[in-house]
Design a protein around this ligand. Structure first.
Ligand code: CMP
Length: 139
């Protein structure tokens, strides 16, 4: 079925001017970028967005990283978009990511891993609604 997923191009990638290169991989996979904006995430947004990781040892580092440089938040649409984007991203750890994936080609480490993608339909809907109004999505 046609799905939507939420994506973030993270600070390590925007800093190295990789937004276009990442978007090219997204589009080559058949996913359509139906909304996109470059923002500087606030600390509050980062802490709320990553709230499920609040108790993890890397939470503080993750929040500092996400607010360190601008990010690009996006909504991607396509057949089976959630799983497809996770495939295009590759494993969280770039050392474990498959050839040709975004993280294999661009990520620096498990933390500075260039992109985020939703893991399930419920989280995709929540994450999209956190950053975009319905009228911003142009399918
Ligand atoms: P993301 O998909 O955005 O969701 C949670 C993030 O936590 C994950 O990508 C990584 O960037 C980050 N993360 C996961 N494991 C670690 C780790 N061991 N050290 C630092 N950051 C991590």
């Amino acid at each position: 079925a046609i799905q939507r997923t939420f994506s973030i191009i993270k600070p390590d990638a925007t800093k190295r001017n990789l937004t276009g290169a990442i978007n090219a991989k997204i589009e080559a996979a058949g996913l359509r970028i139906i909304a996109q904006k470059r923002i500087r995430m606030t600390r509050e947004q980062a802490e709320t967005f990553y709230g499920v990781h609040r108790e993890r040892p890397f939470f503080g580092e993750l929040v500092e990283f996400m607010i360190s440089e601008p990010v690009v938040v996006q909504v991607l649409e396509g057949e089976n978009a959630i799983a497809k984007y996770r495939e295009v991203m590759g494993a969280t750890d770039p050392d474990e990511a498959a050839d040709g994936t975004i993280r294999k080609d661009f990520a620096l480490s498990k933390g500075e891993n260039s992109v985020h993608g939703s893991d399930a339909p419920e989280t995709a809907a929540e994450e999209i609604a956190y950053f975009f109004a319905g009228l911003d999505l142009v399918g």
